[in-house]
Design a protein around this ligand. Structure first.
Ligand code: GLC
Length: 742
């Protein structure tokens, strides 16, 4: 449609018909079935009302969505098509690693490719919009949704968020109506990732400076990349829930960031302003939300039941409704839905694309690249499939199909490659002998998860499981423990105060360690865990997060050395939850702790180190890399200059490997305190044994800008340090001076 046609359509619509476009309900309210991602009872709607709504969520599949769209358009007075929205967070039918794991690839290219596959599979399933990328900075692993973020660093999240937008929306030369393209949705605006205590939905208490420096950057980058939708977050910041925050929506998002797309609330977030205590009732909640600029009310009846009255009572200008509806109609038009309301929806294409070989291969590659090798004492890894040794794979994840994150539906577990299947395929026809033992259930009896969980064992069963495992360990040359938290101990509503693997699994590891000390531990998790008791008992530790459909194959590829591990931590691994928040870009303080342990009057704890177990950016390979001193193209920089920082990275080990070279900057003195390091560049290099390569980064004045003491976004003259290394602990640096701006 042309713009004037849209304007004509808007003029013809009644107030109720326009408001209908601003209402989104879950598909299960239209037809049986559907997926629930929030309370089911937040909406009661009549048939007449549901005939006017503008979009649905959580219904998926070409057959059902084609039928719903057909029926809906036929029944709508202007035959306006529905928008079909869904949480395609880490793949659709081909499940990729959770975003936190994808963050560990440090690879925008890989993340974009994964998002592209997700978009293609979602598009043929009838989806037009995905509620992704989630770009919340996360620094508290107690929060269940860290699994959904790409990690603790704003710069990396911005790079990977832009990559996801390109993957979903088809990149800069593409239009949303193009084949396989779906609209992205930046969420959760804003700063949902910093709830007090790591408790989901809790209040966020950070300064405006921290808010802007560390939480808004990634959202802004995705807006600049052209993401077509933004979702408001459940949390309050500055004591205002986001869906009611006019400053945040209209000044920051619309004016400063220049976002002109659709703003949707999170699930019932508009109605929840009553619970927050800033709206007397649903009517006041509707008024606060429309004044703040929420265009679509997801799964609440606030707009449905009160917006028309608010306009007729003169409390809300109809102009605000018209602006919101025009943005919604424009999104539908940009997707080409007026011309083709079914877009890519196709059962035949579903059969062709869902978990096809090409998609599985990418998922396998992405999973392997997301694994982080934390320890490899005595080069216990890689395992040799041609040896005459016996390997014992022990633990509740050894044959588990639930290797995918909590935002993976409508996944089919039988599609998942388990570790046993992956190792079996890898070792068939080879001399190595492999035995298997479950050892214990994933969870202790009675542990709580987000969703239902059942593994019924009698006391006798449990003892037998343990005995079988210990006996298997006794006869093995090397044990591979397959342990981890349950997928439903993470995700929305999955915050944990104790971030450890279930005690029964730790007991299994202790019992096995008593009879065998050649232990490799593979850890499944949706978050950084307290892991010292695991690393102390293991010679090698591989963090595999929630790797998805091809998890078993990818784990076998890395364990047997067909693929070298290259992942780097996208989130700091603490020694203990008591250190939280702990992240690499913290501040020096007036009394820095130089040794990590508590001595005298300095920053730190009496009973814990200030150092993490493993820092952001850390990850081993099967080889070793050496870094030359850093050279800078100049020691002084004017505003318009570019400095080139160069190192030579050499593979000094005995096998090929991929190193993620990281550039960090430090502003030694500013008008406000500055982080000890800030990630500002990443390059991945694959080197053969003995090979060296020069790696250069361009440093510009823009990379030095920050919010000064007066909240002006500027760079300040003075001394800067350039660190280039293998992780955020890099201590080799060079210095340059930014000269006074003329
Ligand atoms: C959920 C989540 C949000 C998701 C939405 C729709 O509550 O907070 O991330 O996209 O509802 O499922």
């Amino acid at each position: 449609m042309e713009q004037r046609q849209l304007e004509n359509l808007l003029r013809e619509m009644t107030l109720e018909e326009k408001i209908g476009q601003m209402v989104q309900i879950s598909g299960h309210l239209l037809t049986e079935g559907g997926i629930l991602t929030g309370p089911a009872d937040t909406v009661e709607i009549t048939g007449e009302q549901s005939a006017l709504i503008g979009s649905i969520l959580n219904k998926v599949g070409a057959k059902s969505l084609h039928r719903i769209q057909e029926e809906y358009i036929a029944g709508h007075p202007y035959h306006i098509p529905l928008l079909m929205m869904f949480d395609v967070i880490n793949g659709m039918e081909t499940i990729f690693p959770i975003p936190l794991a994808q963050g560990c690839t440090f690879s925008p290219e890989l993340v974009e490719a994964a998002a592209r596959v997700a978009a293609k599979e979602a598009a043929v399933a009838g989806i037009h919009v995905t509620f992704s990328p989630m770009l919340d900075t996360v620094r508290d692993p107690r929060w269940g949704r860290v699994m959904e973020s790409t990690g603790e660093d704003p710069w990396l999240n911005a790079e990977l968020g832009k990559a996801m937008v390109r993957g979903y929306q088809g990149g800069e030369n593409e239009v949303l109506s193009g084949a396989g393209n779906i609209s992205g949705c930046i969420k959760h605006f804003a700063a949902y990732g910093a709830p007090e205590g790591g408790r989901d939905y809790d209040n966020v208490e950070i300064s405006e400076r921290t808010f802007r420096e560390d939480y808004l950057r990634a959202y802004q980058a995705a807006v600049e990349e052209g993401c077509a939708m933004v979702m408001t977050s459940f949390n309050s910041w500055n004591r205002i829930p986001s869906s009611a925050n006019r400053w945040l929506m209209r000044k920051v998002l619309r004016e400063e960031m220049g976002f002109d797309g659709v703003v949707i609330s999170d699930y019932a977030a508009v109605a929840e302003m009553v619970s927050h205590g800033i709206a007397e009732d649903s009517r006041e909640a509707a008024k606060l939300a429309i004044m703040a600029g929420v265009d679509i009310d997801m799964m609440s009846t606030a707009y449905l039941n009160h917006l028309a009255d608010l306009v007729r009572d003169g409390e809300v200008e109809e102009r605000l409704i018209d602006e919101a509806v025009m943005r919604i109609l424009k999104l539908k038009n940009d997707l080409g839905l007026f011309e083709n309301p079914f877009k890519d929806c196709s059962e035949e294409k579903e059969r062709e694309l869902f978990a096809c070989v090409e998609h599985r291969e990418l998922a396998r590659k992405a999973a392997a690249a997301s694994f982080v090798l934390l320890k490899n004492e005595g080069k216990l890894l890689p395992l040799d499939k041609q040896s005459r040794k016996t390997l014992a794979f022990i633990g509740p994840y050894a044959e588990n199909t639930e290797l995918y994150g909590s935002w993976s539906f409508p996944v089919k577990p039988e599609r998942t490659v388990t570790i046993r299947q992956g190792v079996g395929q890898k070792t068939v026809g080879n001399s190595v002998k492999v035995v298997w033992a479950k050892g214990c259930p994933v969870l202790n009896e009675g542990m709580v998860t987000r969703m239902k969980y059942r593994e019924d064992y009698t006391e006798i069963d449990l003892n037998r499981l343990m005995d079988d495992a210990v006996n298997a360990a006794k006869t093995a040359d090397t044990v591979v423990m397959c342990l981890g938290e349950h997928r439903d101990q993470t995700g929305e509503g999955g915050s944990r105060a104790v971030i450890r693997i279930p005690e029964n699994q730790l007991e299994l590891l202790k019992r096995v360690r008593q009879v065998n000390d050649n232990i490799v531990t593979v850890i499944f998790s949706g978050r950084p865990l307290e892991m010292e008791e695991i690393t102390e008992r293991s010679k090698a530790v591989l963090m595999v997060w929630m790797p998805g459909t091809e998890g078993g194959n990818a784990i076998a590829d890395v364990l047997f050395g067909d693929t070298a591990p290259e992942g780097k931590l996208s989130m700091t691994l603490p020694r203990s939850a008591g250190q939280i928040p702990i992240y690499y870009s913290q501040f020096r303080t007036g009394r820095p702790n130089r040794t990590g342990t508590k001595i005298g009057f300095c920053n730190g704890y009496l009973d814990e180190s200030t150092k993490p177990l493993y820092p952001f950016g850390f990850g081993l390979s099967y080889t070793a890399f050496d870094y030359s001193p850093i050279t800078l193209s100049r020691k002084e920089m004017k505003k318009e200059d570019t400095i080139t920082a160069t190192v030579t990275v050499s593979n000094i080990g005995d096998c090929a490997g991929t190193e993620t070279v990281q550039l960090y900057l430090r502003d030694v003195k500013g008008s406000v305190i500055r982080p000890m390091k800030m990630l500002r560049g990443v390059q991945k290099v694959t080197l053969q044994p003995g090979e060296g390569r020069e790696v250069s980064f361009a440093i510009t004045e823009e990379m030095l800008e920050f919010y000064d003491a007066d909240m002006n976004y500027v760079s300040e003259p003075g001394l800067f340090r350039v660190f280039i290394g293998t992780d955020s602990g890099a201590d080799n640096y060079a210095e340059f001076t930014l000269m006074q701006h003329k």
